[in-house]
Ligand binder design. Structure first.
Ligand code: APR
Length: 403
């Protein structure tokens, strides 16, 4: 600050919960808290437009649809189309349709692209008078182990703010400020590098009839719907590959080969990135009055579509815990938050790991060798021929397993 320039006075206020991050986790926490009359302030470092255009996850599983319905929010926040409960495995060009709905009563999964969910949650929250601040900077967390933490930040106009609160919801993803505020040694990070690289592509190209996982000696590929005229594709690639190694012609050629669909219709590619598949769980998901929600606490491989859904599940447990604390002075939910979330997180990590290994090991021998290729093929054969195995798979895909 130049000499003589006076730093503006810090604006102070208080609320019950400060939510850091306005992605699926943060907006769901804020919407559920508002629904039960708990005041909160949401702080997001990017602009509303930036957050709204981020296209990643694409399915809200049955469990999450029913969670929103239990809060009376399903019709307000869920867009997209109902998922018909069918997943296609294409193995060496042979199609196998698998139920991924467990047939239980109640609303099923929805093919709701993440940006649609985020857009609808945002609009509903703001329409309801929610306090949602974009383009904040220099967020810092203080006194998390006391009774009244403080969150400091600069608003978009440069003013300094301090908000005291009862709880902080760290919904700021894997590279946020919340988790990095927790002192060394408090959290245990369990990590796994799958040794698998993926190219992911978003294109204005017709979605598949069903979400499609393709296994062949050419390497894994997937084709998922992301709206009536949009598709998300995944292609297994060397784990150090870069997007510029995949020009359009190479992408479409590889997809036509691996999906065994020479007539696959191409379209303008709007996003292209490569990444290494990795999984990550932080335990516990809490430090004092800071509660980690969604990607801030865990990262799961995209195979089973669990990332966003786990964030929604964490948000539900956190909002109910705060509601019980404020309304009933009952802290059971707060005390058990981490344990209950982690039980679901590990359940979904196990399923995602099983599916990731299966569809990659079953492909070519160079990936995991002939023995594991036969093991993976046997798993697929069991999934296609045993009603019990199919039922277990459907339960895990819907997220309605008894865990
Ligand atoms: N201050 C304020 N906001 C921050 C900060 C910070 N220091 N750091 C990150 N954020 C914001 C990001 O800009 C982003 O909007 O936090 C938000 C985190 O959102 P996500 O990364 O989408 O994480 P989450 O809400 O947990 O969603 C998890 O949704 O993105 C899909 O499938 C994906 O598994 C992922 C899931």
């Amino acid at each position: 600050m130049a000499a003589g320039e006076h730093e503006s006075a810090e604006v102070s206020q208080s609320t019950t919960v400060v939510v850091i991050g306005a992605g699926p986790a943060g907006l769901t926490v804020a919407s559920l808290l508002r629904r039960c009359g708990v005041d909160c302030v949401v702080l997001e470092r990017h602009s509303r437009a930036y957050v709204a255009q981020r296209q990643r996850a694409g399915i809200v599983e049955s469990r999450a649809v029913r969670m929103f319905a239990s809060w009376g929010l399903a019709d307000l926040v869920l867009g997209g189309a109902p998922h018909d409960g069918i997943l296609e495995f294409r193995v060496d060009g042979e199609s196998h349709l698998v139920d991924d709905s467990d047939g239980s009563a109640g609303p099923g999964a929805r093919l709701c692209p993440q940006q649609v969910l985020v857009h609808k949650l945002t609009a509903a929250h703001l329409a309801d008078g929610g306090d949602l601040r974009y383009e904040v900077a220099d967020v810092s967390l203080h006194d998390l182990t006391g009774d009244r933490p403080t969150v400091r930040f600069r608003s978009a106009d440069g003013a300094r703010h301090a908000i005291t609160c009862a709880f902080v919801a760290g919904c700021d993803g894997d590279h946020g400020v919340s988790r990095s505020t927790v002192p060394e040694g408090v959290l245990t990070a369990h990590t796994l590098d799958h040794g698998i690289g993926w190219l992911t592509v978003l294109a204005d190209a017709p979605p598949p009839a069903h979400p499609l996982l393709a296994v062949s000696s050419h390497g894994f590929a997937a084709h998922f719907p992301r709206g009536p005229h949009s598709s998300r594709y995944y292609l297994q690639c060397p784990s150090d590959d870069r997007p510029d190694a995949w020009p359009d012609t190479r992408v479409w050629e590889a997809l036509r080969t691996r999906l065994a669909d020479p007539a696959l219709i191409a379209g303008p590619i709007t996003d292209r990135e490569t990444f290494r598949l990795r999984s990550l769980v932080h335990d516990p998901m809490q430090y004092g009055r800071l509660f980690l929600v969604g990607d801030a606490a865990h990262i799961v491989s995209p195979m089973g579509g669990k990332g966003m859904n786990l964030a929604l599940y964490d948000a539900d447990l956190f909002a109910r815990a705060v509601r019980d604390h404020v309304r009933d002075q009952d802290d059971t939910g707060l005390r058990t938050y981490s344990r209950r979330c982690l039980r679901r997180v590990w359940n979904d990590q196990e399923f995602s790991h099983w599916l990731t290994r299966t569809v990659h090991d079953a492909g070519d021998d160079t990936h995991a060798g002939p023995f594991l290729r036969h093991v993976a093929r046997a798993r697929l054969d069991r999934l296609f021929t045993s009603p019990t195995a199919a039922q277990a798979f459907a339960e895990l895909m819907t997220g309605l397993d008894p865990a």
